[in-house]
Design a protein around this ligand. Structure first.
Ligand code: HXC
Length: 519
């Protein structure tokens, strides 16, 4: 190389390192003032130390003008030694909005993640489509949506919302498997408060319109309510400990040596469940007493609380748990709990996690509000999810299972591989009072006209019905239950069933079994 060339190169050389430092300082000033971390600080929290390899670092920038690049950082890193693809939006650059360059970077990353068959994690903090780029920006969302749907059920997709996400920035996470928000600073809405005010005249705060509490408790959009950014990113790490890299890889399995504490907890599970089937108790405590080290990572804890779903391990094997929660609305199934459990079962099935179902359900919640809300259509989703699942399904009825809810909650007839019940479990089409009011109407009327005599007759018939019909005997005799187990043997029964089912054939053709679309 001649002297002339060298001097031209020197003139054009850009001090990228200095620019980067400047950009990060600007981002820190911008974000810290709002109590938020920068995109790079978030990546550092999420990923193993020094594992991040950035791609397209300066794309979209005009370095010679001192402007470094796009409002999204993309790349690969490791979480506990496992490779992941990750992108983090940078709100300090154009409000983290999405334009052509950002869309191109994210799509390229998603394509790579699918080709490498590794999870993709997105950290979102964005005003949505960049208004100045017009429909081109909208198209970029279209391209991201298309990829997210293609990846659904093939590789885990996790979204962390750490800022005011609006427009397309909410639909891209909505298509992913898990949406995580933080108590403060995390908002999701299709249109922000200013636009709402301009269009409808409604005066509403960001929290009222799309705060983390709203989406965790009411709308069911979010799966976890983080206390802060650290907590939210920590939850991502926890989720990944249960999920495989892709649908054809077995979920993580840990070497497990029987802990005395697990055996002691399992032996005492009955003490957590009152004998009276109408007495509430906390099903989460029951779950914790049955799984390894009492560790249960709950999903959608605050939404549709009459059902509990989440991940745990049994003898080192990752499983999904679905359990009725008698503490809320007596554990009845409703529109929201049906969809919550259905999507979770679909997710487990997509990623090969066995589903363990703990049943204590009085039935679908009756009433006009549920019928009007579509309990038929939305309740059907849970049947669909269990009936189509190909992962090992193990179901235990603890205290009661009535009517349609008995069948829907992972019963043998819709696909459970193994189904057990505790000795005193009440299993029947309906409760005794309801049954005799239909079956023995004339007999009860004949005991009248004295209301006390009629009530006494009804009670006598009800007691007789309960003694004869409300028990697991018919289900055992018909093969719908594989056995009656002592409560203290529950953990062992689940573990043995899972062991037997380990070689269950789940072969399929194509890139994935099915998607995990939002229900
Ligand atoms: C261009 C935008 C922008 C956008 C924000 N900014 N949103 N620029 N396009 N969509 C810019 C702001 O002008 C500002 O630039 C900087 O980002 C920070 O924004 P602020 O408003 O100062 O921040 P904050 O007060 O925290 O409010 C954040 C916000 C608000 C709630 C997100 O900016 C907002 O409501 N934006 C519009 C959101 C929206 O309606 N998006 C929908 C887009 S359409 P300066 O230069 O002043 O720092 C869409 C459709 C996709 O996404 C369709 C998919 C189906």
């Amino acid at each position: 190389m001649g002297a002339g060339q060298r001097s031209v190169q020197n003139v054009n050389r850009v001090d990228y390192a200095a620019l980067e430092l400047k950009a990060e300082h600007k981002a820190q000033d911008f974000q810290h003032a709002k109590g938020k971390k920068t995109a790079r600080e978030r990546l550092a929290l999420l990923l193993d130390e020094d594992s991040f390899v950035e791609v397209g670092r300066f794309a979209g920038g005009h370095a010679s003008e001192g402007f470094l690049g796009a409002s999204v950082i993309t790349g690969f890193g490791e979480i506990s030694g496992r490779k992941v693809a990750v992108y983090a939006q940078d709100f300090s650059i154009k409000g983290g909005t999405l334009g052509k360059v950002e869309g191109t970077k994210i799509c390229a990353l998603m394509d790579k993640a699918m080709a490498m068959r590794i999870p993709i994690i997105s950290i979102l903090d964005s005003g949505g489509a960049r208004i100045q780029e017009g429909v081109q920006a909208l198209s970029e969302y279209g391209r991201i949506f298309k990829r997210s749907c293609k990846a659904s059920g093939m590789i885990p997709q996790i979204s962390v919302i750490l800022g005011p996400c609006a427009g397309g920035a909410v639909y891209s996470p909505a298509l992913t498997d898990f949406v995580i928000m933080t108590r403060e600073n995390s908002h999701m809405f299709v249109t922000g408060p200013d636009v709402v005010r301009a269009v409808t005249g409604e005066d509403v705060t960001s929290a009222e319109l799309g705060g983390a509490e709203l989406h965790n408790v009411q709308s069911g959009v979010a799966h976890y309510l983080g206390e802060d950014e650290e907590d939210a990113l920590d939850y991502v790490q926890s989720l990944l400990t249960y999920l495989p890299n892709h649908c054809d890889e077995l979920p993580p399995r840990y070497s497990y040596s029987t802990a005395a504490s697990d055996e002691q907890a399992a032996a005492k599970v009955k003490e957590l469940v009152p004998d009276d089937s109408r007495q509430p108790y906390d099903m989460v405590e029951v779950v914790e007493s049955l799984v390894d080290h009492g560790e249960f990572v709950e999903v959608q804890e605050y939404f549709a609380p009459s059902i509990v779903v989440g991940f745990a391990c049994i003898n080192g094997e990752s499983v999904g748990i679905v359990a009725d929660q008698p503490m809320h609305n007596a554990g009845t199934l409703d529109v929201d709990s049906s969809e919550k459990a259905a999507r979770f079962v679909r997710c487990c099935d997509a990623f090969g996690l066995p589903v363990v179902t703990l049943v204590d359900v009085p039935g679908y919640r009756p009433g006009t509000d549920q019928e009007q809300a579509g309990i038929i259509r939305r309740g059907a989703k849970l049947i669909f999810a269990y009936a189509n699942a190909t992962v090992p399904l193990v179901t235990i009825t603890l205290r009661k299972a009535y009517g349609g809810a008995y069948i829907v909650m992972g019963s043998k007839s819709i696909g459970a591989d193994f189904a057990y019940a505790w000795p005193d479990a009440e299993i029947a089409v309906m409760g005794a009072d309801g049954a005799v009011s239909i079956l023995n109407r004339r007999e009860i009327k004949a005991a009248g006209p004295d209301p006390a005599a009629m009530a006494a007759k009804a009670k006598e018939l009800s007691d007789a019905y309960a003694a004869e019909n409300i028990n697991p005997n018919l289900s055992v005799a018909s093969g719908e239950l594989d056995g009656i187990i002592e409560p203290s043997d529950t953990r062992q029964a689940i573990a043995e069933s899972l062991e037997v089912l380990r070689s269950k054939d789940r072969t399929h053709s194509g890139l994935k079994r099915h998607n995990n679309g939002p229900l």
